[in-house]
Design a protein around this ligand. Sequence first.
Ligand SMILES: [Zn+2]
Length: 155
Amino acid sequence: MQVCVGAVSASLVVSKVAQKRGLDLKQRFIRFMQGRYGADDYSKFLVGAGLALAILTIFVRNALLSLFCWVLLLYAYFRIFSRNIQKRYQENMKYLSYKGKVRGFFQKGKNTVVQRKNFHIYTCPSCGQKIRIPRGKGKIEVRCPKCSETFVKRS
Ligand SMILES: [Zn+2]
């Protein structure tokens, strides 16, 4: 199933032709895009994901994968050429907030990894409070900030 690859190379040919024809086609395109939504972060993501899948279908010949690639690309172009600007704008806002959440999640995970490297996290035996102790201090007495229970730990 090389259809996706075909679509990509077809768009390359179109842009080559556009280069040759120059301004005329460019202006026609501008006129065509008037009142239409255009590209945003969400459609860029969709096109990117579609192209990544297109490359994947070169190595993995799977009809479903190829279909999904087409759906992504067609949906991206549907959004770009859409005249319902408000709705597309809201979709993009949703996408951006979701993207921020995903990024925040990974940032948080990264911070935890750094903390694990430099700190021990102990749990107070009396009240269950989590206590962060720097590593490499030898045997130390830990005092729980919540219930004042003390216990000895190797850091
Ligand atoms: Zn405690």
